[in-house]
Design a protein around this ligand. Sequence first.
Ligand code: DGL
Length: 276
Amino acid sequence: MSAVDSKPIGIFDSGLGGLSVLREVRRQLPGESLLYFADQGRLPYGPRPADEIRRFAEQITRFLLARGAKVIVVACNTASAAALTHLRQTFPHVPFVGMEPAVKPAAEHTQSRVVGVIATQSTVQSEVFASVVDRFANGVTVIPRACPGLVTQVESGDFDSPATRRLLHDDLDPLLEAGIDSLVLGCTHFPFLIPAIAEAVGPKVRIIDPAPAVVRQVGRVIVAAPESAPHRNNGSIAAFTTGQPPHPSELASRMIGEPIRFERAPMRELVGDGGL
Ligand code: DGL
């Protein structure tokens, strides 16, 4: 097997949310080696201005490319909305796959013709979101809702405490009152809350997690780009965080259902001499 064949897939997020995408990569592409990057030292991205998120995304992309990534999965809706176009321009030879709020499947299947999208502040205010609604809502009412508190709950592994359930009701009750029958998870942290969300919205609301579709796209990109050929090797995972110890390894392992060990990303390499 050539060196090219064994190159890993790079996946990044502001934190542990992107593990909802990584978990799906494991299901669909189990032979691939993975590099995961969690920018926990600078989380949350949601309230940050787009130019700052672009800078972070570019730093992380360089970091992953330096470790041989053959494709970069921006497993963060916020970073995708703010930075994907910039990343594709800056690294024209690198295949990128990003997240986009799944308004299209929601609008296609809704009966009530009202759908909700939960995401970060930055995502719901982004041009990308406006454009997705423009292109795909097709007369359906799309109600966005920024839910910053839920990101914090997931980062601390608090998937179904009374506090998380209270937050979910605060965020979702107005959407239910508006008549949604579909709820798009527009932030990669939220799939970890699906059992609690399902309880909060009841059985009549369809919950849409875009991870399976995004990972199918990763599979297509790997096959399409000859230098990114799929590889069947050991399927190892290396993970990095900008967060402080204790490392999130135990929580992350629980989240994906297999061991994953984080090491601290060397900040000097990440940000250069210019600092954060
Ligand atoms: N996981 C990220 C997303 O998909 C955002 C969380 C944050 O605010 O950092 O949008």
